[in-house]
Design a protein around this ligand. Structure first.
Ligand code: SF4
Length: 316
């Protein structure tokens, strides 16, 4: 197993009395060369989970392992240096994640400067290689981020992450800020890189069709907890948790003929506040199949078949 988390939890304190339960006890594993898709509405805790895993946020409790080695709950500078060579992150917003005052050469080559193992000419050569690999031109390295389109900036962000040759990459909604046509190009690029350099990815997104296309397994989060996990096609075509069912029904189908023939049941209401959450199933206020005990008994995460797990009293 390359990545493993046990009851990983990240809370944020708000004022002196309130706790925001961003991530609450996530247990999952990702095998080498696997792509795990992580889906859920905005506010479900997906990005916070990814950032906590790679040390951008301190862990509140629980455990995380990289290749069997425990990761620190709070990364110090030396941990960032050690693990940034192994784990990288591609960010959601290609506009704000690139320093506007740095050239493309300095942005992409930055990760090679820190360890002090590459000469300036080696960095130049590697940046040129990665610019070509992500579909840009080596001449682009003297330019600044504002000279590029959104899709090109995301390609620069991908090159910045990949030049370190990490084994594990968290892709945090890498396509959601881009036009639909550019989204497909970025997905195809990640697909090619996955094949050519054997990456392990945590792919965070809210477009389930896209996640199904790129990932081997999908995990569904709701209000800081995992509600379902399983092989992508099985989960997409036979969702078990009521939340997953509604999430898939409300996801637009790209084919207009199929889209018209599908059932449409919008999810009622808004995701509940993650501040000072109550015991019981967190989906109870919006669940069309809720039972009396759902509001006070927290469902266990249980296996329903080989490789499929769900947290819902309908299966316990
Ligand atoms: Fe719905 Fe109850 Fe299952 Fe929660 S535990 S998803 S409220 S049926």
């Amino acid at each position: 197993m390359l990545i493993e988390t046990r009851a990983l939890t990240k809370h944020f304190r708000i004022g002196s009395h309130q706790i925001l339960h961003a991530v609450d006890g996530i247990t999952l594993s990702i095998q080498e060369n696997e792509i795990l898709g992580l889906v859920g509405e905005s506010g479900s805790g997906k990005s916070t989970f990814g950032k906590t895993l790679v040390g951008l946020y301190d862990r509140t409790s629980g455990e995380a392992f990289y290749n069997g080695v425990p990761l620190p709950a709070k990364f110090k500078s030396k941990d960032h240096l050690t693990y940034s060579r192994e784990m990288q992150m591609i960010f959601q917003d290609p506009y704000s994640s690139l320093n506007p005052r740095m050239t493309v050469l300095d942005i992409i080559g930055e990760g090679l400067v820190l360890p002090g193992t590459h000469s300036r000419s080696e960095i130049h050569e590697k940046v040129a290689y990665w610019l070509e690999k992500v579909g840009l031109h080596p001449d682009h390295m003297s330019r600044y981020p504002h000279e590029f389109s959104g899709g090109q900036r995301q390609r620069i962000g991908i090159a910045r992450a990949m030049i370190i040759e990490p084994r594990f990459v968290v892709c945090d909604e890498p396509i959601s800020a881009l036009d639909v046509s550019v989204q497909a190009q970025i997905i195809n690029l990640l697909d090619e890189l996955k094949e050519s350099i054997g990456l392990t990815l945590l792919f965070i997104a809210h477009d389930l069709s896209m996640v199904r296309y790129v990932s081997h397994r999908m995990a569904v989060m709701y209000l800081g907890t995992l509600v379902e996990i399983g092989p992508s096609n099985e989960l997409f075509f036979d969702p078990q948790h009521p939340y997953t069912q509604l999430l898939i029904e409300s996801n637009p189908e790209p084919d207009p003929v199929l889209e018209r023939s599908r059932p449409h049941t919008p999810i009622k209401g808004e995701i509940t506040s993650p501040i000072n959450v109550k015991p019981g199933c967190r989906f109870v206020d919006r669940c069309p199949r809720a039972m009396a005990h759902c509001s006070h008994e927290t469902p266990e995460f249980i296996a329903t078949s080989k490789d499929r797990y769900v947290a819902c009293h309908l299966f316990s």
